[in-house]
Each structure stands twice: as structure tokens, then as C-alpha cells.
Design a protein around this ligand. Structure first.
Ligand code: DX5
Ligand code: ZN
Length: 221
């Protein structure tokens, strides 16, 4: 399926989202962090901004919903133009129903796990999903340090995906940089979200390419 680099717009200039998307035109996806000040202690943006950004860029939008009650709100992000929508399992009431609804609306369905949430209880749900997101920081803010304690979970998740013979993305998000991307790729991740690493670089597009090259070299896939 190939390595995907998904720069997090959270680290970009919110006053110039369309221009910021252009600065990372080499990227495969654009990661959009939706936070509601309840599931996480931070508030970012919602459906109208996603809708505007979807019209302003040709790059697929990868929406990461750090919100409560995703059962109610997540499908609207598909209508707003997201190509993938990731909800958090800790917040979802009926993850199977929600994943099916997202797929029925034409999006990739993603499910996110906070660092303390194990993958094993959700093994049977994997066929319902297109992507598993293993958070490598506590969600809520950009610029945090990568949590190495999450690497074994990346590896175990990839083993479960392989055990079931599934084709699904394994995304990592939080503290991903040239320093940390190799250990994620080596453990089996293939979608890499990077906020500060990309947007704080002098040349964000060049950083996307550096990250891609590092991930491809270290990938176990
Ligand atoms: C954090 C968000 C991330 C964040 C990553 O809760 O989900 O997507 O933007 O930022 P960096 O790459 O700076 O850790
Ligand atoms: Zn995110």
C-alpha cells in the first residue's frame, strides 16, 4: 500500500490554511486535528473549516477527531469532504456501527487509540476498519515528545493485522520526526503524521521527502 506522509495542519498557520496546504503539496494526505475541549483539553476547528480546506486543496484530508460523541459527529466530516475519518475508541459508543456508517458514506474508517488503550480488546473489530491510529503522545497538543512506550503496541497491532490477512493502514501520530520515524516504520507503521517536524522545517516539502525516505528505508513491510 506504500508509505503515506500526512502533515498535521495543527502545526501550520491557521490564518493561511490554503497556503499552508500548498507548502506541503508533496504529501500524500493532510492530517486535520479536530478537538472539542472535552475529549482533550484543547479546541481547534470543526466541520466548516474542514469543508473550506477540502475545497482549497486536492490532497485527501485525513480527519482525526479528538471529540466526544463521535457517533453523532463523525459522519458529518465525510460530507464536509474528508477522505478518511478517525474516531477514538475511548469516545465511541458503537464503533462497529460508526465504522460501517463512515464506509457507507464513502470514507476510510479509522479508529484511534490513546497511549494507555490496548489494541487486543479490539482485535475482532479490525475487519470493520481501514485504518488503526496508534497515538504516540497523549492527544491534545502538537510539539510533544514521542512516547517510546507505544512502539510495542505498533508492533503488536501490525501482527494482528497480518494474522487476519487484512489490508489496512497503521498510522502513528505524535512526536514523529526524523529522530523517531524509523522505529515506527520498523515496527510496522505505514502512515506517518508529523506536525512540528514538517511545518517548523525551512522547507516543509523537502521534510516530507526526508521523512518518506527514512520510513521507506526502515519499513518492515
Ligand atoms: C496531537 C495531534 C497531532 C499533532 C501532532 O493530539 O493529534 O496530530 O498535531 O503534532 P506533532 O507532530 O508536533 O507531535
Ligand atoms: Zn492527530
Amino acid at each position: 500500500m506504500g508509505i503515506q506522509i500526512s502533515p498535521s495542519m495543527l502545526a501550520s498557520d491557521f490564518a493561511n490554511l490554503a497556503a499552508e496546504a500548498e507548502r506541503v503539496s508533496n504529501s500524500d494526505w493532510l492530517h486535520v486535528d479536530v478537538m472539542d475541549n472535552h475529549f482533550v483539553p484543547n479546541l481547534t476547528l470543526g466541520m466548516p473549516v474542514v469543508e473550506a480546506l477540502a475545497k482549497a486543496t486536492a490532497t485527501p484530508l485525513d480527519c482525526h477527531l479528538m471529540i466526544e460523541d463521535p457517533d453523532r459527529w463523525a459522519p458529518g466530516y465525510v460530507e464536509a469532504g474528508a477522505s478518511s475519518v478517525t474516531f477514538h475508541v475511548e469516545a465511541a459508543t458503537a464503533p462497529v456501527r460508526l465504522a460501517r456508517e463512515l464506509r457507507a458514506k464513502g470514507a476510510k474508517a479509522g479508529m484511534g487509540l490513546r497511549p494507555a488503550t490496548p489494541i487486543e480488546p479490539y482485535e475482532d473489530l479490525l475487519p470493520e476498519l481501514d485504518m488503526l491510529l496508534v497515538m504516540t503522545v497523549e492527544p491534545g497538543f502538537g510539539g510533544q515528545s514521542f512516547l517510546d512506550l507505544c512502539v510495542p503496541k505498533i508492533r503488536r497491532t501490525r501482527q494482528l493485522i497480518d494474522k487476519h490477512g487484512l489490508e489496512m493502514w497503521l498510522q502513528v501520530d505524535g512526536g514523529v520526526s526524523l529522530e523517531t520515524i524509523e522505529r515506527c516504520a520498523e515496527a510496522g507503521a505505514d502512515v506517518f503524521v508529523a506536525g512540528s517536524a514538517v511545518f517548523r522545517a525551512d522547507d516543509p516539502n523537502q521534510m516530507v521527502e526526508h521523512l518518506r525516505a527514512a520510513a521507506e528505508k526502515a519499513s518492515c513491510l
